[in-house]
Every structure is written in structure tokens, then in C-alpha cells.
Design a protein around this ligand. Structure first.
Ligand code: GLP
Length: 265
């Protein structure tokens, strides 16, 4: 049992605070493994997955359990939140490549069951591709569990802060977006230079994310404390996309470490 310090409710959501990032990640991995093992016999577990540095430890746990013969992905289908655009899948900076490195190559997930938005689709066909991605999710019965991280500017997936009315922000579909300056600055690490960051991406929409059966938001480290506090305090607003999770209430669980929780009031 991971080292859990406290649990409380905020806007109908459950907030679980752990001693450190390792414990929070372990809790996320436990919940994902539970979703896999708990899938009905006639239905594959449908997982929504995230990238970034935060979920790497989650994938390490899942891969280790698979290696130990304790967890199989044979009856799992996955959908990733986002992908840079345009990008080739073999580019080491693509999220497809990330997923192969951290999970897909380490477990028995069928290649046909691993869905990632395609950064090679020619631009005139992008809207169709995004709509098709949503139809595939629906045809698989919808996402059972969606793992999320949070950007320093409060983004989820690549749904960036905007000035849209809340109802419109909640209805955002899967689409091509421009990255926010904070997101581009944070991506300099991965890309090795500000001029090398790919400034656009494909992202699962807010509507699609919020329609998942359960949503796990994993946030660790002091650099996430401002965004976490802003998402939990105040009303849901498009200027801080993670605050929109409040509208999904009971199905949202925040798994945070003490550093990320330090500014919650
Ligand atoms: C990227 C991803 C997000 C992720 C965020 C946080 O922008 N598109 O899905 O949540 O980064 O990344 P990190 O976990 O590295 O802080």
C-alpha cells in the first residue's frame, strides 16, 4: 500500500495526497491494474494514457508487473491523449516513440490495440482523423480510465488555456491545436532548443477526456503546486483547463505528492 498521507474531497473530486512522487505513481499504477483486471469477460479494458515525465514511474510499475507474470495487456486497448503535429512516429520525440519506450515494447499489448493520434496525417485530413479517433473510442465502449498529467499552465492533454465560455471549453473535441508559450518553453528540454519545439499538436478533446468512466490526475513536484491549487480552488474556467475536471466531480481522483499539494488552501 503506497504511503498515503491524507484524502479529502474538493468540488466532488477525491484528492489523495502521498508522501512523494513514487507513492503517488504507485497508486496510479494500482488503479490502472485494477481497471485491467476488473474488465468484464466480454469486453477489453479501455485505457486513456498520458505522456510527459510524470507517468514514467506508472508505466515502470505496469511493465514490472507484466514481467513478473502478474498483469497482462492481452485484453486491453489504449488511446493516448496527444501527439505533436506534424511528427514522424519514428522520431524519438514523438509520443508514439515515448509509449514504445516506456510501455508498449515491455508488455503484451497488441500493436493494433495501441492508438495514438497520427502526426503524419496531411493537414486537410486532420479533422477527419480526429473525428475517427473519437469514433474508435466510442466503438470500444468508451474510456474506462483516463490517466492525466497537468501542464504548469493548467493544460490537460494539449487542451491549452483559452478565453472560451466554459460550456464551449467543455465541448472541445479532439483536434489540432497551437501550443501555449508556457508549454513550448517546457518542451525545450525534450527538443533541445526553443527553435526546435514543434509548435502544434493533436489532442484528445476536453469533452472526450471528461467522458471517461474514471479520471486519474497525477501531479508531482513543487513546479506543479501553482497549477494544482488553481485547478482545485475557484470555479471551473477555460483559462485553466484542469479546473474543468470539477464538472466531472465524483469520477475524478487527484493523486498528488506533498510538494504538488503544498499550495492547496
Ligand atoms: C505535456 C503533455 C501533457 C502532460 C504535460 C505535463 O504537455 N502533452 O499530457 O500532462 O506535458 O508533463 P510532465 O509530466 O512532463 O510535467
Amino acid at each position: 500500500m503506497p504511503d498515503e498521507n491524507r484524502t479529502f474531497q474538493r468540488a466532488g473530486m477525491t484528492i489523495r495526497v502521498f508522501s512523494d512522487a513514487g507513492a503517488a505513481s504507485r497508486a496510479a499504477a494500482d488503479l490502472i491494474a485494477e481497471a485491467i483486471r476488473g474488465a468484464k469477460p466480454d469486453r477489453r479494458a479501455v485505457l486513456g494514457l498520458a505522456t510527459g515525465s510524470t507517468p514514467q514511474k506508472v508505466y515502470a510499475h505496469l511493465a514490472a508487473w507484466h514481467a513478473a507474470g502478474e498483469l497482462s495487456f492481452r485484453d486491453v486497448v489504449t488511446y493516448n491523449l496527444d501527439e505533436y503535429y506534424p511528427i514522424q512516429p519514428l522520431d524519438p520525440k514523438s509520443y508514439r516513440c515515448y509509449m514504445h519506450r516506456h510501455l508498449f515494447s515491455l508488455v503484451d499489448l497488441s500493436p493494433q490495440a495501441a492508438h495514438i493520434l497520427d502526426g503524419t496525417v496531411p493537414e486537410p485530413f486532420v479533422a477527419d482523423h480526429c473525428a475517427e479517433f473519437e469514433r474508435w473510442i466510442a466503438a470500444d465502449g468508451g474510456l474506462d480510465v483516463q490517466l492525466l498529467g497537468i501542464g504548469r499552465n493548467g493544460h490537460i492533454g494539449f487542451n491549452e488555456p483559452s478565453e472560451l465560455p466554459v460550456e464551449e471549453a467543455l465541448a472541445l473535441p479532439t483536434r489540432l491545436v497551437e501550443l501555449h508559450p508556457v508549454t513550448r518553453a517546457d518542451a525545450v528540454r525534450e527538443f533541445g532548443g526553443a527553435d526546435k519545439v514543434i509548435p502544434r499538436a493533436l489532442t484528445m478533446g476536453v469533452k472526450t477526456i471528461l467522458s471517461a468512466g474514471s479520471i486519474l490526475m497525477l501531479a508531482t513536484g513543487a513546479h506543479k503546486a501553482d497549477a494544482v491549487a488553481a485547478a482545485l480552488n475557484g470555479d471551473p474556467r477555460s483559462g485553466l483547463p484542469a479546473s474543468l475536471l470539477q464538472t466531472a466531480g465524483g469520477k475524478v481522483t487527484w493523486l498528488v505528492d506533498e510538494l504538488a499539494a503544498s499550495l492547496i488552501s
